[in-house]
Design a protein. Structure first.
Length: 156
């Protein structure tokens, strides 16, 4: 709460990662409060979003996100991602690959790419595309850290 207050007082947006569906379940009231009033961007995967909104399916989570009015970034593994901000919905397909080597860090890589593009003023669609490319890179190698040359290629 203190970090949120400092960010808001400084005129910055607050991005909240839901982190883990069990964490959302355990601290549901706190997460829902942040997602409804303090956070500007809420990021999570399909399970985390359905837990946050206490719904049974992804379509209902999208509907709840639309009603909330904040920016929701929802990752769906091989189904891509969906960004929702009010009535604006951006659907991003996953990149095709031949095999997953290691999924460690894929969600974090997506978020890093998305936030980088978003913070630099790119459109939601462009931010989703860069997030997807970063996640795709992450799952095609062992470990979550990409080579600097791969990152440069993504940003070119």
């Amino acid at each position: 709460q203190q970090a949120v207050a400092i960010a808001k007082q400084s005129g910055h947006e607050v991005a909240l990662s839901l982190s883990d569906s069990f964490c959302v379940e355990r601290h549901h009231a706190a997460f829902l409060s942040l997602a409804s009033s303090d956070a500007d961007i809420i990021i999570g995967n399909e399970a985390e979003m359905t837990n946050l909104f206490e719904v049974d399916n992804f379509a209902d989570a999208v509907s709840a996100a639309k009603a909330n009015g904040r920016l929701f970034v929802m990752t769906r593994s091989e189904k891509g991602s969906v960004l929702v901000m009010g009535d604006t919905v951006v659907e991003q397909q996953a990149d095709a690959i031949s095999a997953i080597v290691d999924s460690t860090g894929a969600g974090d890589a997506y978020v890093a790419g998305f936030l980088y593009a978003y913070a630099n003023g790119d459109s939601l669609a462009a931010a989703a595309t860069l997030g997807t490319r970063c996640a795709t890179l992450a799952i095609q190698q062992v470990g979550a850290r990409p080579k600097p040359s791969d990152l440069k290629a993504l940003l070119a």
